[in-house]
Design a protein around this ligand. Structure first.
Ligand code: SF4
Length: 281
């Protein structure tokens, strides 16, 4: 099959998540894609990276999935929007890739993070890969925009040791303009994680002039503090490292003139989260 040929030729490990990868899954037939999404036998991955220290506790291996239903104006990896840009990878191959690292990950108090793109676009693959990781004693983290959180059953949530939940902004209209989708499902997922006492890291991408509104951030901070399960907040300063991908993909990029978030602004926003008792970096 064509996808097997492709999957044998392309390395799973990328140099870094900013490596542009396109059309790696275009030869996969529609019926194979449908079956993969239903069973989770195969996933579409942008890449694996190793040695991450920012995508969950300790040192981690990260699998970046392809496919996302958001269209964030500040997205660093628009090549992950389309699932067919991803490399078709069988569950066995992904599990074997994890197995190689299991002892090292444990020694470095790390684990496995599934990020994207949006991993829950391929929820069956995600669930089965997490189950495989847990069976090897590997700590698991899901980095998600939360929009499809309802696809996970309570038992499946239990396979995930920590959820890294991106809340893009608070105001519904601003969220719609920023991402193309409603904020409601993300907040519902956060509430559900809290009800089930699942540890959560809140991730907030800080873009000067776009997501730096003080009142908006205060709302998110108060919401997060009330949840009671947020163990850490990561304020992620916007940068322009993904700009070249928008250009190469021929997508109109609205943030051409936006500067990187300066340290004083990052500190102000971290301070807002700290002022409600949260740990923020
Ligand atoms: S949710 Fe993440 S991958 Fe999807 S568009 Fe937004 S920043 Fe990009």
């Amino acid at each position: 099959m064509a996808w097997q040929k492709v999957s044998n030729e392309v390395r799973l490990e990328a140099k870094d998540p900013f490596e542009l990868r396109v059309n790696l899954g275009v030869d996969v037939s529609e019926s194979t894609v449908t079956s993969a999404l239903r069973t989770g036998d195969m996933g579409f991955l942008h890449s694996f990276t190793t040695g991450s220290t920012v995508d969950g506790p300790g040192v981690r291996i990260v699998a970046w999935t392809a496919g996302c239903q958001f269209r964030c104006l500040y997205c660093h990896n628009p090549d992950t929007w389309n699932m067919m840009n991803g490399l078709p990878v069988t569950l066995e191959r992904a599990t074997e890739a994890l197995r190689k690292y299991r002892h090292g990950l444990r020694l470095m108090f790390g684990g496995f993070t599934l990020s994207g793109g949006e991993p829950l676009m391929q929820d069956r693959f995600a669930v089965r890969l997490f189950a495989a990781a847990k069976s090897m004693g590997i700590h698991t983290a899901l980095d998600t925009n939360g929009f499809l959180g309802e696809r996970l059953s309570d038992e499946e949530l239990d396979q995930i040791d920590v959820v890294l939940l991106d809340i893009k902004t608070w105001d519904p209209e601003r969220h719609l303009k920023l991402t193309g989708k409603d904020v409601g499902p993300t907040l519902d997922f956060a509430r559900r994680l809290a009800q089930h006492k699942r540890p959560m890291w809140l991730r907030y991408v800080l873009v000067p002039g776009l997501t730096d509104d003080e009142g908006d951030i205060n709302q998110i901070a108060m919401f997060a503090a009330r949840l009671g399960n947020v163990t850490r907040v990561d304020v992620l300063p916007f940068h322009q490292m993904g700009r070249y991908k928008w250009k190469k993909l021929g997508i109109n990029y609205a943030l051409d003139d936006v500067p990187a978030a300066p340290p004083w602004l990052v500190e102000r926003v971290c301070g807002q989260f700290r002022s409600v008792g949260l740990i923020a970096h």
